[in-house]
Design a protein around this ligand. Structure first.
Ligand code: PHE
Length: 342
């Protein structure tokens, strides 16, 4: 009968040294498998004289149990280590909120909104507000888009289940605030109206169904398109700095005539042309134009005596341009690693 003491001690050491679950399987095969010393001893049992067999059988069983226990113990250790490692890799660090009482700060979009307000307040404007849930009349009809007007399709609208079907909606732009302001005060008017807008848009790098605009409205005597162009130029210079230029392109909006869209030079390529600006060197910021006489009529302002201009543009987009952010969705992901940079 082979002496099992030596091989068992060796086997236990071999098992304990396994550094991974794969290595452990190999070791198990070696110390308990068909070619192991223990199995060989077991096969020899039958050849032993009957009086020795019992004792030898007991020794073989003890050796097997000892090795099996060593394998199980090592397996438990290795599995626990693997689990700990996995948990560690997946762990989220929440300590900065709970233990250090780190103070949050204003979201970049709110900061941008306030900076833009400041630019206009410095030019003599007042800040106005309007509701995000609007009626069809304010969002469309008073802005020279009667029911069924084809230009309504420029805004993919989200309607609320409230009142008559299609009568209450989430404002698609900040332009309804123009109407509310003109209803509530006589000219002259110099206001900006920032706030949330909603459209039935599929999110991508440039679009979200909830975004922010800032509207401007001026109503006074002797206001011309030149005043509008100068105002846009003054604002882009004040907010983006002197390196950015702006331009106006003829366009169409039902509530302004003439209408224009305004672009700023692409900050990603400095106007040379790149992927972000579709190789045009310009990035569209918003729309503007002279207040249409039909809009004045809807709010009872005499358009012989008063003229006006209006503009509206994306706050989120301003923040993206100024801070080199290539995807608007970062603003709503709420990843602190993004947010704490600003
Ligand atoms: N409301 C328009 C839009 O959301 C922008 C605009 C505002 C155009 C004011 C002209 C005048 O697209």
């Amino acid at each position: 009968m082979t002496d099992l003491l030596g091989p068992v001690e060796e086997g236990v050491a071999r098992v304990a040294a396994a550094g991974s679950l794969d290595e452990l399987s190999a070791a198990e095969q070696e110390v308990l498998g068909r070619r192991s010393a223990v199995m060989a001893a077991r096969q020899q049992l039958g050849a032993l004289p009957a009086e020795d067999r019992k004792e030898a059988g007991k020794a073989v069983n003890e050796a097997r149990e000892r090795l099996q226990a060593a394998v199980e113990a090592r397996r438990a250790e290795l599995e626990a280590a693997a689990r700990a490692q996995r948990l560690d890799a997946e762990r989220m660090d929440l300590t900065e909120v709970s233990s250090r009482w780190a103070r949050g700060h204003q979201h970049l979009v709110s900061q941008t909104q306030e900076q833009l307000e400041d630019v206009f307040v410095a030019m003599g404007y007042r800040v106005a507000e309007g509701p995000e849930a609007e009626t069809d009349w304010y969002n469309f009809e008073a802005l020279n888009m009667p029911p069924g007007h084809p230009a309504r399709s420029m805004w993919d609208t989200l309607y609320l289940k409230l009142g008559a079907p299609g009568s209450v909606l989430l404002r698609t732009h900040t332009s309804p605030v123009q109407i509310r302001v003109m209803q509530s005060q006589p000219p002259p008017v110099y206001i900006v109206a920032p706030g949330r807008c909603y459209r039935r848009d599929t999110p991508d790098a440039r679009h979200l169904s909830v975004f922010h605009q800032i509207e401007g409205l001026v109503v006074d005597r002797h206001i011309s398109f030149g005043d509008l162009a100068g105002t846009i130029e003054a604002f882009t210079g004040a907010y983006f700095g002197p390196t950015i230029r702006s331009r106006l392109r003829p366009s169409f909006f039902p509530f302004t005539e003439p209408s224009a869209e305004f672009d700023v030079t692409c900050i990603f390529c400095d106007g040379a042309g790149c992927r972000v600006c579709s190789h045009s060197g310009w990035i569209e910021l918003g729309g503007c134009g002279m207040v249409d006489p039909n809009v004045f009529e809807a709010v009872g302002i005499d358009n012989e005596e008063w003229q006006g201009f209006a503009f509206g543009f994306g706050i989120d987009r301003c923040a993206m341009l100024r801070h080199n952010i290539d995807d608007i969705r970062h603003f709503i992901t709420n990843d602190v690693r993004f947010l704490r940079q600003f």
